[in-house]
Design a protein around this ligand. Structure first.
Ligand code: VGL
Ligand code: ZN
Length: 213
């Protein structure tokens, strides 16, 4: 069992992409993704500072396979900013699939942060887009609010959760991924790769029992 980590005022919870397209029936459904909802809601209740993110792409986004003639979902392409996995169309701005899952306890969140809004650049991370230059401003915002530890949960472990956690760590926050409050896509070894990177970067992987009574 992990040491108890009872949430303090200087802790922020980032709830990543708990959206219709990432759960059962969605365009990019994460296996068992809907199962995390009760636990995520309990975590939200334990934190004074909560940020919820939404993947929020314009139609024709560069990460969509449909934007690249001849490409299929899960192909890789070389984008100007590096390699990019191509996805089914998902989380299109304003579409039902982009909405937060019904029942997600968002009311206490101080911020709903939308990311991936630039047509030519993807953004798994809630901090820095895939060009590694364009910031969402989240790091500065959390710092200005006195946050020093960041806890991350949501979907998907191996993409938006991991990239968000890695960037939180790089931004200087002590960073934890609450693994049982996440689910993974796990395409082509992506979950093992994400865990290896998180471990190497000093992101701590914990269970919710360390936080919740
Ligand atoms: C995500 C793939 C594409 C995620 C978002 O939320 O993990 N994955 N867009
Ligand atoms: Zn996306």
């Amino acid at each position: 069992m992990d040491d108890a980590l009872a949430a303090r005022d200087e802790d922020a919870l980032i709830v990543v992409d708990v959206q219709n397209d990432f759960v059962r029936g969605g365009a990019l459904a994460v296996p068992d993704g809907e199962a995390i909802l009760p636990l995520v809601n309990r975590l939200i209740g334990a934190f004074a500072q909560v940020v919820v993110t939404q993947d929020w792409h314009p139609p024709g986004h560069a990460s969509f396979a449909s934007s690249h003639p001849g490409a299929k979902p899960f192909d890789m392409i070389a984008a100007p900013y590096g390699s990019q996995v191509l996805w089914p169309d998902h989380c299109v701005q304003g579409a039902p699939g982009a909405a937060l899952v019904a029942g997600l306890a968002v009311d206490s969140a101080f911020l709903v942060l939308r990311k991936g809004i630039h047509a030519a650049v993807d953004s798994y991370s809630a901090f820095l887009e895939a060009d590694r230059k364009t910031t969402t401003g989240l790091g500065a915002l959390l710092s200005a609010r006195g946050v020093d530890r960041v806890f991350v949960c949501g979907l998907a472990t191996d993409f938006c959760v991991a990239f968000t956690a890695l960037d939180a760590r790089i931004a200087g926050f002590e960073t934890f991924v609450v693994e049982d409050a996440c689910r993974a896509i796990d395409a082509n070894g992506s979950l093992a790769a994400a865990r290896t990177r998180m471990d190497a970067t000093g992101v701590r992987r914990i269970a919710s029992a360390a936080l919740l009574p």
